[in-house]
Structure formats: structure tokens, C-alpha cells
Design a protein around this ligand. Structure first.
Ligand code: NDP
Length: 299
């Protein structure tokens, strides 16, 4: 495989007066973030003309180039960055200033150039929270939650559920030891609620009052021939299903939810929600979801 181009070969300068925003990742070619952010920036520019000079790019950066790319991008005029696979965790060791919420989540997906250095944030949890409210009309605090997975996205979801005061919380992951570590680390970060670690697929909700929500934060479903991460026949029809995967738009999990007439949603709302929050951090402006949603709705 040929070496990916160095970031400097992709963007060597910005037009004078432009403010750069970008998503960094590898691979990055399929990212929908430029479409979402540039649509929202166009809307912002109608309110305040300076935003017509803000442009969002996508830049392929290999993990070994991230540390040198960050100061160089600042020199070039970039003021806000999103990070995606594989940079979200590795960047923690590079940054000096990290928002406490991102520290708890153990991952950073948003960087703001502030007082001469990059400050790290994580907006995935807030994105999930907004998306769940829109999809099911209730906040995370209203739900008994079962999280599938124990990677970066699961951890952001768990920290957000706990921060918002969800009802009961259970976690199921293929590697139980990884889920155990995730739970221990959340406790070390001050969350005292009891979290049930499930060692096998089963229904943790019987006898528990209130609405229930299952969040798929595993990568099972990204490939069309992946099996479902959980058999929904174990659950009541009122249980809500949030699958973080948005490409493909339907997975085996959401297809089964549809078949059983369970409320369900794919992860597009979360993608939009985290993007809205990132743009709010960079611009200091209230950002409307509509422009971003429209930009990806045909997807
Ligand atoms: P990680 O690689 O950090 O975690 C992957 C998780 O999936 C782990 O819990 C892993 O279990 C589990 N998993 C992987 N393969 C299998 C398998 N064959 N069987 C069972 N479990 C498996 O990824 P992320 O946490 O970053 O992302 C997880 C998902 O969330 C992805 O699909 C990603 O696209 C999505 N996502 C969506 C976002 C959105 O905005 N909608 C934002 C962020 C993520 P184990 O620990 O055993 O390896």
C-alpha cells in the first residue's frame, strides 16, 4: 500500500483571511462531516458575515503524524478540529488541556485552538443525548439503559448516561474484562451508581419500572453480513433501540426492532448532534441542527 500523503501535501495554506476547520482521521475519504459543517456555516454566515470565511475540510493523517500535524495546522490558520478513528484516544497523551468530561470518557473528538494551544473536548455523549431525545421523546435520565460494547463510543455513552442520572445501567461486551475495566474507570472518575456487568446476553430489565433503552455501541453491524449484537426477542416491545451505526442505515439489530414494532433509530442523529456541539464550541454561536440534518438526510 502506498504511504498516505502527509497532511502538508493535502493543505499547504488557507486563502488569506480564511478560518480552517477540519476532521482528521485515517481513512477519512467517506466522512460526511464537511457536508454537515459547511451547510451549518453557510447558515451562520447569513446571520454574521464573518462565518463566510470559515471552511471545513477533511484531512487524512496517519497516527504517527498527528503530533506534528496539530501545531502545523494551527500555524496554517485552523482553529477547530474533529478527530476520528484512530486518533480519539492517542491524542490524550499529546494535549495539555483537556475538558474534564473528555477525560472521564477517555477520548477526545473535538479540538479548539485557545490561548496558543489545542484544548480537547468530547461531544459524542452530548450528541447521543440529543439524538435519543429527538428519536424517543425522552432524556437519558428517564431510561433504564443497557449498553452493548466497551470501546470509546460505549464509554462516552456510559459517562453521558451517568452524568445525566439515568435509571439502572447495565453493560454487555464480548470481552467482559474490558467492560469491567470501563466500569472501574467510571467509578474512579466519581460515578457511584451501581452498574451491572452482564456476562451473557439476557434481559436486565424485567421487574424494573419505567422506560428501557438499548444502545448498540459495538461495531457489529458495520458489515452487512455481521450478526446482530443482541437477540431482541428477549425484550418487551416497548424497549427503545438506539444503534450508533448509521452506515449502513439499517442493521440486523434495527431490522429486528422494526419487525417487532419496537421504537428504534440509527446513529445519524448522534452524528449530527456531536457535530452541532463541536461547531458551537468553535464558533460560540447557537447552531441549528436543521442545516446539518438536511445535508446528510439524502445519505
Ligand atoms: P471501538 O473499536 O473502540 O469498540 C468496538 C466495540 O465493538 C468493542 O466493544 C468490541 O468488543 C465490539 N466488537 C467489535 N467486534 C465485535 C464482534 N465481532 N462481536 C462482538 N463485539 C464486537 O469502536 P468505537 O467505540 O469507536 O465505535 C463503536 C461503534 O460506534 C462503531 O460502529 C462506530 O461507527 C459507532 N460510532 C458512532 C458514532 C455516531 O456519531 N453515530 C460516534 C462514534 C462511534 P471487544 O471489547 O470485545 O473487542
Amino acid at each position: 500500500m502506498p504511504e498516505p500523503p502527509l497532511f502538508i501535501e493535502q493543505i499547504s495554506s488557507l486563502p488569506p483571511g480564511d478560518v480552517g476547520l477540519a476532521v482528521l482521521g485515517q481513512p477519512i475519504v467517506h466522512s460526511l462531516s464537511p457536508e454537515m459543517h459547511n451547510a451549518a456555516l453557510l447558515e451562520l454566515s447569513r446571520r454574521e458575515s464573518k462565518f463566510s470565511r470559515w471552511k471545513y475540510h477533511k484531512i487524512e493523517i496517519a497516527p504517527e503524524h498527528l503530533a506534528q500535524a496539530l501545531p502545523r495546522l494551527a500555524e496554517l490558520g485552523f482553529r477547530g478540529l474533529n478527530l476520528t478513528i484512530p486518533h480519539k484516544v492517542d491524542v490524550l497523551s499529546i494535549l495539555e488541556d483537556i475538558d474534564p468530561r473528555a477525560l472521564v470518557m477517555g477520548a477526545v473528538n473535538t479540538l479548539l485552538w485557545k490561548n496558543g494551544s489545542w484544548k480537547g473536548y468530547n461531544t459524542d455523549g452530548e450528541g447521543l443525548s440529543r439524538a435519543v431525545k429527538i428519536a424517543f421523546g425522552k432524556g437519558l435520565n428517564d431510561f433504564n439503559v443497557l449498553i452493548l460494547g466497551a470501546g470509546g463510543a460505549a464509554r462516552a455513552a456510559a459517562a453521558q448516561c451517568l452524568a445525566e442520572g439515568c435509571q439502572n445501567l447495565a453493560v454487555l461486551n464480548r470481552s467482559a474484562d474490558r467492560a469491567q475495566k470501563m466500569i472501574e474507570s467510571l467509578r474512579e472518575n466519581g460515578f457511584s451508581k451501581r452498574i451491572e456487568l452482564m456476562d451473557r446476553p439476557r434481559n436486565p430489565f424485567p421487574g424494573i419500572k419505567g422506560k428501557s433503552l438499548i444502545i448498540n455501541a459495538t461495531s457489529l453491524g458495520l458489515q452487512m453480513d455481521d450478526p446482530t449484537p443482541l437477540d431482541l426477542s428477549l425484550f418487551e416491545k416497548s424497549v427503545c433501540i438506539y444503534d450508533m451505526i448509521y452506515n449502513p442505515p439499517m442493521t440486523k439489530l434495527t431490522s429486528q426492532a422494526k419487525e417487532y414494532h419496537m421504537p428504534y433509530s440509527n446513529g445519524l442523529g448522534m452524528l449530527v448532534g456531536q457535530a452541532v456541539r463541536s461547531l458551537e464550541i468553535w464558533t460560540g454561536q447557537k447552531v441549528s441542527e436543521d442545516a446539518m440534518t438536511n445535508a446528510v438526510s439524502s445519505f
